[in-house]
Each structure stands twice: as structure tokens, then as C-alpha cells.
Write a protein that binds this ligand. Structure first.
Ligand SMILES: Cc1cc2nc3c(=O)[nH]c(=O)nc-3n(C[C@H](O)[C@H](O)[C@H](O)COP(=O)(O)OP(=O)(O)OC[C@H]3O[C@@H](n4cnc5c(N)ncnc54)[C@H](O)[C@@H]3O)c2cc1C
Ligand SMILES: NC(=O)c1ccc[n+]([C@@H]2O[C@H](COP(=O)([O-])OP(=O)(O)OC[C@H]3O[C@@H](n4cnc5c(N)ncnc54)[C@H](OP(=O)(O)O)[C@@H]3O)[C@@H](O)[C@H]2O)c1
Length: 267
């Protein structure tokens, strides 16, 4: 019987496996349905650039060094980092890829029976779920009413090629919606964004040369708008006073409204 099975080799599963090994558990296996590490980052759109800076995306015990902290990784850079992390801490050897878990059943005496899609079963004293919260697409209830419109979910999105010359409606103004709308609008005939509530906060990636999330975080950007209105004004004033490029329009005038809406209120 194994000491622990970790399900999922995204960032969460890698950290979990590493910590279990460091706690002295010997028989630890990480089961991953995909062919590689990286979780959602390995399976998302081509142009993805993380919204968290390298400082916020790195682990304190695997720091890549000064000079890198204000970068925003591409998905390839992020996956490369997780891979190096996994290799460095001996986690990579513990991962079984192409191993989709289909059932986890508690055993009467002790532990859990874990069944794989291949039909194989494993027994383990403990199970850690690290299957992520962004792996299952959430469709609106009215999806099935869309009989004469082509539709897709951002989980399937890779690039804007299929939108070339078309009229595109992006539903939702979270970070996925914002990224997709920006790319689609460059090739579409027309592109709209539909928001059922308000826009979120417009949070710049950088303030000058500094990654903005080093000095703020989503605790600030996720505040309800009513409550956060005063704070928003103060942040806006502080940013404008720094003359950052993010506030400059083409003709050099400072603008207060964004070209694209970025909602950071996903928590
Ligand atoms: C497009 C996009 C961009 C994002 N950008 C950022 C960002 O910039 N910064 C940030 O902090 N967060 C970002 N996130 C949020 C991101 O999802 C989480 O930060 C991160 O993925 C959490 O890691 P995780 O290991 O918990 O989950 P995941 O990365 O989702 O990993 C879960 C893993 O479990 C595996 N799995 C699931 N079910 C099974 C099963 N039954 N059997 C075997 N394996 C299974 C999956 O294949 C996957 O590899 C982004 C999310 C998306 C969708
Ligand atoms: N570049 C990046 O790093 C990047 C890119 C994409 C995603 N992410 C991360 O991935 C996670 C998920 O982000 P996400 O943008 O995919 O999801 P999200 O933050 O949950 O945003 C979903 C959006 O869809 C809207 N919506 C949901 N159901 C709807 C419905 N039935 N009708 C109309 N609108 C509806 C929501 O509106 P309401 O606000 O009204 O609920 C919201 O605007 C977040 O952690 C995010 O940070 C990061």
C-alpha cells in the first residue's frame, strides 16, 4: 500500500508531492492525466502571458534570482519553471503521466482505492486532490439555445484564427474574456464584449519597471466596487502621478478609461 497518492501534476500537485517527500513519506505517487506537468498552463491558449508576475508565481524555495522578478512569464516559461522545480526536488520521478483517475473509493479497513481509466487500481493510505479549479469549463444555462450560432468555451481557445472576418461576441469580462477579446478584435469584422454586471478593476501589469502585483494584490483589486470606490480613486491618482506608460494614449494625453476591460474579481 502506498503512503500517499497525489492526483494532478499542476503547480499544486507538484508542491504537495514535494512537501510529502520532505515530511519523510516514501511511497508517494503523483497521478496526472496529461502527458506533462504544468496543469492549466500547459493546456491553454498560445499567447498566454501570466497575470501574476514572476515574483508572485515563483516559490520561495525555488527563487530564480534577482533580475527576473518583474517579468511576466509566457506559458512556455511558466511550464519550464514548474518542470525545473519538479526535477530539482525529485518530484518528476514520482509522477505517472497519462494516468487519469476515474474513481476514489474509501476502503473499510484502511486507505483508499484509486482507479485509473486504464482499469488499473492502486491502494493508498492517503489521497491528496490537486485537480485544480479551472479544468472543467463552465457553460451558461442558455448554451443549448444557440442553434444557429457557432460557439466555443475559452478552455478550447488556442488562437483567434477562426474569428477572422467574423462578428464575435465574447461573453464575460474575466481575464480569459479580456485576453480572447483583445486577440479576436484584431482579426474579427466586429467584436463585442458582454458583461452581465460591471467591469472589474483595471489593474496595470506594471508600474514603470516594477511588476504592479509586488505592491498590490487581488485583495485590493477584488474589493467590491462600492466599498472600493474611494480606494480606487486614490490608487488611480497615485498611478497617474507616476506618469506610467499604461495611462498614456497615442497622442500623449492621459486617459482614465481603458481600451479593454480587465476583470480581476474572480475570487
Ligand atoms: C488561462 C489561465 C491563466 C491563468 N493564469 C494565472 C496566473 O497568471 N497566475 C496565477 O496565479 N494563476 C493563474 N491561473 C489560475 C491557475 O489555474 C492556477 O493558479 C493554477 O493552475 C493552480 O494550480 P493547480 O495545480 O491547483 O491546478 P491545475 O493547474 O488546474 O492542475 C490540475 C492538474 O490535475 C490534473 N487532473 C485533473 N483531473 C485529473 C484526474 N481525474 N486524473 C488525473 N489528473 C487530473 C490536470 O490534468 C492538471 O494537470 C490561470 C488560469 C487559467 C485558466
Ligand atoms: N492571462 C492570465 O494570466 C489569465 C488568463 C485567463 C484566466 N486567468 C485566470 O483563470 C481564472 C479564471 O478566469 P476566467 O476569466 O476564465 O473566469 P472568471 O474570472 O470566473 O470570469 C468569468 C466571466 O464570465 C462571466 N459569466 C459567467 N457566467 C456567465 C453567464 N451565464 N452569463 C454572462 N456572463 C457570465 C462572469 O461574470 P460575473 O463577473 O458577472 O460573474 C465573468 O465576467 C482566474 O483565476 C484568472 O485569474 C488568467
Amino acid at each position: 500500500m502506498l503512503d500517499c497518492i497525489v492526483i494532478g501534476a499542476g503547480p499544486g500537485g507538484l508542491v504537495c508531492t514535494k512537501e510529502l517527500l520532505e515530511q519523510g513519506l516514501r511511497e508517494v505517487v503523483c497521478l496526472e492525466q496529461a502527458r506533462d506537468v504544468g496543469g492549466v498552463f500547459a493546456n491553454t491558449y498560445d499567447s498566454l502571458v501570466l497575470t501574476s508576475s514572476a515574483t508572485m508565481s515563483m516559490f520561495s524555495d525555488f527563487w530564480l534570482g534577482d533580475g527576473n522578478q518583474h517579468l511576466f512569464w509566457t506559458k512556455e516559461e511558466a511550464v519550464d519553471y514548474w518542470k525545473r522545480y519538479a526535477k530539482h526536488f525529485g518530484v518528476l520521478d514520482r509522477i505517472r503521466f497519462n494516468s487519469k483517475v476515474v474513481a476514489v473509493v474509501p476502503q473499510e479497513s484502511e486507505g483508499w482505492q484509486v482507479s485509473l481509466a486504464s482499469g488499473e487500481t492502486l491502494l493508498s493510505k492517503r489521497v491528496a486532490l490537486a485537480i485544480g479549479n479551472n479544468t472543467i469549463p463552465k457553460y451558461p444555462a442558455w448554451k443549448d439555445l444557440l442553434t444557429d450560432v457557432e460557439y466555443s468555451h475559452s478552455k478550447e481557445y488556442r488562437n483567434a484564427d477562426r474569428f477572422a472576418g467574423k462578428n464575435v461576441l465574447v461573453v464575460g469580462g474575466g481575464e480569459s474574456g479580456s485576453d480572447v477579446a483583445l486577440e479576436a478584435s484584431r482579426v474579427a469584422n466586429k467584436c463585442w464584449v458582454s458583461l452581465r454586471n460591471t467591469t472589474g478593476w483595471v489593474a496595470p501589469r506594471k508600474r514603470g519597471i516594477y511588476a504592479a502585483d509586488i505592491s498590490t494584490h487581488r485583495g485590493v483589486w477584488g474589493l467590491p466596487r462600492d466599498y472600493g470606490a474611494a480606494l480606487s480613486e486614490a490608487i488611480d491618482r497615485a498611478e497617474l502621478s507616476q506618469n506610467d506608460l499604461v495611462h498614456d494614449t497615442a497622442d500623449g494625453e492621459t486617459q482614465r478609461s481603458p481600451k479593454f476591460l480587465v476583470s480581476c474579481g474572480s475570487f
